[in-house]
Design a protein around this ligand. Structure first.
Ligand SMILES: NC(=O)c1ccc[n+]([C@@H]2O[C@H](COP(=O)([O-])OP(=O)(O)OC[C@H]3O[C@@H](n4cnc5c(N)ncnc54)[C@H](O)[C@@H]3O)[C@@H](O)[C@H]2O)c1
Length: 285
């Protein structure tokens, strides 16, 4: 047992890389990594996304932040960016594969009712690419370098829908986007990839963080309307042992735990942070 037990949670001297860092969870993850004393946080974000966040980070943290604008959907550009990151910074100690596309490209189509018939091959492909290939490409480029160095922690952001299917009853009576068919399989695939890479990259640890229903209310209400969001979420929470949806801030400590030496003997693990959504087989209230 280390003398200062809590020191295991700190990332002193470490470099952490995170994709999709200016998104809903990403911003909180970046703040958490910085609060956990990471020496540097390397950010990958799509061009033009999050200028306010970038400015704010630059003002407060200066050279502790390195921001790379990069379109993860472009393989060549992404390969080159990972190459630059390896040259310009030390090999990352922590890699967080967080980016994803929530949009009609991946089947998150407002108002869609025909979830089976309506799904296209192109949506399926884009969902798999964003949810699986982007994470694999990062691990393919950076994982072997971390492994050669002999340490590191990779955290893949999956979902509770990697282990359960969303019930069709959840969406009955709501004229809103049904969770697309391929989202769950994509995140299940990410758990499979996490296990495989945990074996191949050891002693680098590879784990998954599985958030439950953590709605982005500002965006949801903008897209679907306040009434929709409130009623829908009210119904959804009937399935959660803790009886409520989660707050994005509640993901940060679990992320830091997986990223840090506090989880030094944990690898290949899917950590559910879902208020018990995946614990029972039916409505709990
Ligand atoms: N929000 C939830 O309730 C929820 C629940 C479970 C799991 N998740 C997972 O958590 C992760 C983050 O979700 P979020 O809610 O913060 O989503 P978000 O849409 O707010 O963030 C995703 C980020 O990825 C970036 N991105 C998208 N396309 C990109 C590209 N081509 N190149 C580079 N960056 C790109 C976006 O710009 C955005 O900043 C995702 O993997 C998601 O599947 C979310």
């Amino acid at each position: 047992m280390p003398q200062d037990f809590m020191s295991q949670f700190y990332l002193d001297g470490k470099t952490a890389l995170i994709t999709g860092a200016a998104g809903y969870f990403g911003r909180r993850f970046v703040q958490g990594l910085l609060d956990a004393r990471a020496a540097k946080v390397v950010i990958i974000e799509k061009e033009g996304v999050g200028p306010d966040f970038r400015y704010q980070l630059d003002q407060i943290y200066g050279s502790r932040i390195a921001w790379y604008e990069n379109n993860l959907a472009d393989d060549d550009e992404t390969d080159a960016t990972y190459g630059r990151i390896l040259q310009e910074h030390d090999c990352p100690d922590v890699l967080v594969n967080n980016a994803f596309i929530f949009g009609s490209e991946t089947g998150f189509t407002l108002g869609r009712r025909e979830v089976i018939a309506g799904t296209t091959h192109e949506e399926f492909r884009q969902c798999f690419e964003a949810g699986l290939w982007w994470a694999f490409q990062a691990m393919q480029k950076l994982g072997p370098v971390m492994r050669a160095r002999g340490s590191g922690s990779i955290v893949n952001i999956a979902s509770s829908l990697a282990v359960i299917a969303p019930s069709k009853h959840t969406y009955e009576g709501y004229a809103h986007a049904v969770n697309p068919i391929m989202y769950g399989p994509t995140k299940s695939g990410l758990l499979g990839l996490t296990r495989r890479m945990a074996d191949l990259l050891a002693p680098v640890r590879v784990n998954a963080l599985c958030p439950g229903a953590i709605p982005n209310l500002a965006e949801g209400r903008h897209k679907a309307g306040k009434e929709y969001e409130d009623n829908f979420l009210n119904d959804l929470t009937k399935r959660m042992v803790l009886g409520r949806c989660g707050e994005a801030d509640e993901l940060v400590a679990p992320l830091v735990f997986l990223a840090s030496e506090a989880s030094s003997y944990i690898t290949g693990h899917p950590l559910m942070v879902d208020g018990g959504w995946t614990v029972t087989s039916q409505e709990v209230r």
